[in-house]
Design a protein. Sequence first.
Length: 239
Amino acid sequence: MLAIWEGIVLTGLYETSLLPSPLDVFIGMVELIKDGTLFTDIKVSLYRFFAGYLSAVILAVIIGLLLGWFTKIWNIIDPIVQVLRPISPIAWFPFIVLLFGIGDLPAIVIIFISAFFPVLLSTVSAVKKVDPTYLKVAQNFGIKQPHLLFKIIFPASFPFIANGLHLALGAAWVFLVAGEMVGAQTGLGYLIIDARNSLRSDLLLAGIIFIGILGLLLDRGIHLFERWMEKRWGIIRSN
């Protein structure tokens, strides 16, 4: 990819102000690191991300376990969820700004919305796929609610829930950056907009690269958490 990128630059089809070389972008990355701007923006963005993502995951898993178990209630709520789910969180942004103002909270709310529905739907679906044998064994041992839900059903459905965690993480990270581009004065999204306004395409591409690297690291973190939970519960993966 770097070779193709450098080759396009060398053709001269684009001005370097529009498409800087990989070396120029690397120098821009070093500049962001040296002046401390990058670490400040990363700190702010990660705070917003984890505040919105973790609150969405916890609430969605709890509600999803309950709705997956009580199917009659889910059948009533499902059409409402299917109407709200396709709406882009950015579409809610003007309304969110009116309610919460400018700052961290609007970005956190957008992340919450983007992460909530993937985890909720994967949890509901996962509960329905729980092996009936687990439920029969629990019944034989006299395990009742709420222990049945959180000691049996949740561990058994976790591998399917984990897929929702990955999807929600990707969506939340994308909309975090989008939200910071519109309604924030700090963060990685604002770094992109500020670089554009300053006509610094090298810093713009440097910010994009850092966003991609952080997204990769966050996804790997979820993967490690997934493996840790599976080891704790003795879940065996099939190769």
